[in-house]
Design a protein around this ligand. Structure first.
Ligand code: GLN
Length: 497
């Protein structure tokens, strides 16, 4: 029999239904894999007792035929999602040992449908980063290595989610995406990640970074599994006024749909100067695959894309600086005493926030300040409207989805980027931020490898609330590209060397 941790969610679902194994066995296999993979630093908290309790409960329900759509499926949860009674830190010292008295809507829907919590996953502090190096728990290691032994970042901010899924430590994971944090790590680890339309999943109970851009979504090992997870995660929530009240479709049903008559846009502005040849090649190859499956390709223009990154790095820090004002040493987590209340605020925030978070707070408060508001924040909002309009024009012209590379490169080494110049790190998001600025859904699918054997991904951006088309197209790319699995090097052997 195949190892239980190697199964996809769809396969495990079938195996559980046929009673080939129990959820407790499936859960135990994953708990063992997590323990043996601590070198990856993907989990910041393991919850084995809770996992086994949930697995036993799922087994009982499966036995009586009452199991939900995710009955008995073990998942990892990004540490940005509040989990009731389970420490939630956003990987920031300022939250300390915060234990939420409530559950995020997205995770409560996963438990409602029978999923099992394995533990909390590492991420960049408050989801700010593209490499998972800003976490107060230290960097996450990508299961893929360069030249046999160079340790690479898994991307970020959902680096723990991507690494854990790629290394088969969990069957799927929750993640969040403000400027690319689901899609970029998925591309760096040969996993599939989808950022749904803004408003598709509730943001209630997710630690806020930039509220007008944040969306939750799944990372899994194939397109079908992300579709399965999305169905449980999506849905209207009266507790989030930006969540949208429309029915959640059966996303799985979109897989295998014919692409005939579908129009796929290739945006000419995404052909960057000095774009690595292998990315260029991958992109053309992806277009070919969709064409042979019956889709029509058209060149489209998204002229304001070139301003997307600078505008994002004004809007996101502005909203972050406002959202992070609540961490003052009074309400949650860390408090460092001071001579008076102002001194206490200052000391707490200086000690509790890492360098990248402090940088964002400074940029954010600057662009929102009375003297600079018009010059920066207001301008960035205008640019955002133009970016959105570019997409609207494109879709009005009959285009169903847009194909782009997911990232400008494959995964890079830990410590290799952004030390001297943070902008070097920000450039990672060049292909992903537009979807957040326009509120559109985007999926990243593993599509090939670079010259060094590292995975590369392609991105598809869709019309608002048309995630289904992304699943249909994504699966065609996945089938054409084949599966990519990292070599298993991280397992600690129990016998001393
Ligand atoms: N890398 C981007 C940033 O640092 C996006 C992060 C995210 O999507 N959460 O802001």
């Amino acid at each position: 029999m195949t190892e239980l941790t190697a199964l996809t969610i769809a396969e495990a679902r079938a195996g559980l239904a046929k009673k080939s194994f129990t959820s407790l066995e499936l859960t135990d296999a994953h708990l063992k894999a997590i323990e043996a993979a601590r070198a990856l630093n993907a989990f910041v908290l393991e919850t084995p007792d809770q996992a086994r309790t949930m697995a036993r409960a799922a087994d009982e329900k499966i036995a009586t035929g009452e199991g939900g759509p995710l009955a008995g499926i073990p998942l990892g949860i990004k540490d940005l999602f509040a989990t009731k009674g389970v420490r939630t830190t956003a990987c920031s010292r300022i939250l300390g040992n915060f234990v939420p008295p409530y559950e995020s809507t997205v995770t409560s829907q996963l438990w409602r449908d029978g999923a099992v919590l394995l533990g909390k996953l590492n991420n960049d502090e408050f989801a700010m980063g593209s490499s998972n190096e800003t976490s107060c728990f230290g960097p996450v290691v990508n299961p893929w290595r360069r030249d046999g032994d160079t340790k690479l970042v898994p991307g970020g901010s959902s680096g723990g989610s991507a690494s854990a899924v790629a290394a088969s430590l969990c069957m799927g994971a929750t993640a969040t995406d403000t400027g690319g944090s689901i899609r970029q790590p998925a591309a760096f680890t040969a996993t599939v990640g989808i950022k749904p339309t803004y408003g598709r999943c509730s943001r209630w109970g997710i630690v806020a970074f930039a509220s007008s851009l944040d969306q939750a979504g799944p990372i899994a090992r194939n397109v079908r599994d992300t579709a399965i997870l999305m169905r449980s995660m999506a849905g209207h929530d009266p507790k989030d006024t930006t969540s949208v009240d429309r029915p959640v479709p059966d996303y799985e049903a979109a897989i295998g749909k014919s692409l005939r008559g579908m129009k796929i846009g290739i945006p000419k502005e995404y052909r960057l100067d000095r774009m690595p040849q292998e990315i260029e090649k991958l992109w053309s190859q992806g277009a070919e695959w969709l064409k042979s499956a019956g889709a029509d390709l058209v060149e489209v223009s998204l002229p304001h894309t070139r301003y997307a990154l600078p505008a994002y790095y004004i809007v996101a820090p502005a909203e972050a600086s406002s959202n992070l004002a609540r961490y003052d040493g009074v309400r949650y987590g860390l408090r460092v005493e001071g001579r008076n209340i102002i001194d206490m605020y200052e000391k707490t925030r200086a000690e509790g926030f890492g360098a990248e978070v402090r940088r964002r707070i400074m940029i954010g408060t600057y662009v929102l300040s009375a003297g600079y508001y018009d010059a920066y924040y207001l301008r960035a909002q205008k640019v955002r409207t133009l970016i959105k309009k570019d997409f609207e024009d494109c879709f009005a012209g009959g285009v169903h989805a847009i194909l782009t590379p997911a990232t400008p490169s494959a995964a890079f080494g830990i410590g290799e980027k952004g030390r001297a110049d943070p902008i070097e790190m920000y450039l990672n998001d060049i292909f992903t931020v537009t979807a957040n600025m326009a509120g559109l859904p985007g999926i990243a699918v593993p599509s090939g490898k670079d010259a060094q054997g590292l995975p590369l991904g392609l991105q598809l951006i869709g019309r608002p609330f048309d995630e289904e088309t992304l699943f249909s197209l994504g699966e065609v790319i996945e089938q054409s590209a084949g599966r990519f699995k990292p070599e298993k090097w991280w397992t600690q052997s129990s016998t001393p060397a």
